[in-house]
Design a protein around this ligand. Sequence first.
Ligand SMILES: [Zn+2]
Ligand SMILES: [Zn+2]
Length: 218
Amino acid sequence: MSQANRGVVYMGPGKVEVQAIPFPELALGKRKCEHGVILKVITTNICGSDQHMVRGRTTAPQGLVLGHEITGEVIECGRDVEFVAVGDIVSVPFNIACGRCRNCKEGKTGICLNVNPARPGAAYGYVDMGGWVGGQTEYVMVPYADFNLLKFPDRELAMDKIGDLTLLSDIFPTGFHGCVTAGVGPGSTVYIAGAGPVGLAAAVSAQLLGRPAWWSVI
Ligand SMILES: [Zn+2]
Ligand SMILES: [Zn+2]
């Protein structure tokens, strides 16, 4: 399959362009990526951390295709993908993880040992995070799809709520994770420094985690 694709490309401090970019292939270097899928992107977000790159505060290279908050529809699966199928609507966690290394098995998918040759941890379209092509694009490749993807069980319901569900790729779980790691539960008093999107997600998460019924199921 080969067709047109476009993406948001970092061109230097303060400058991005929507450019024609290659259609993604199920390949990693010269090897076929049978554990990956190709997604048609449905929604994506601009992260606060994208601004660090776009404003020239990092060593992001010119030509980097941005975007690590991806929600999409599976349009092609590698041979070894078992649990997602063409037509599934999925959320893509921003951290790329193999699901097989020691850190992944301990749940520390943000510091997977196998997806970035330079250091533990990788993300799509992000400086120093493995050079993966980002998802502020029309199409993107996701590796280790069985492990990485969160499939929405009902396609129609998902499309009805897609504007909310797009928060699941980074913004909401970042706030939720902060509350969980802080030990928030019923009776907690929570101070959140900063009421940006992640702060607001943390506030909602604190309310969810403060409900005894919710607390009992996790
Ligand atoms: Zn983000
Ligand atoms: Zn891993």
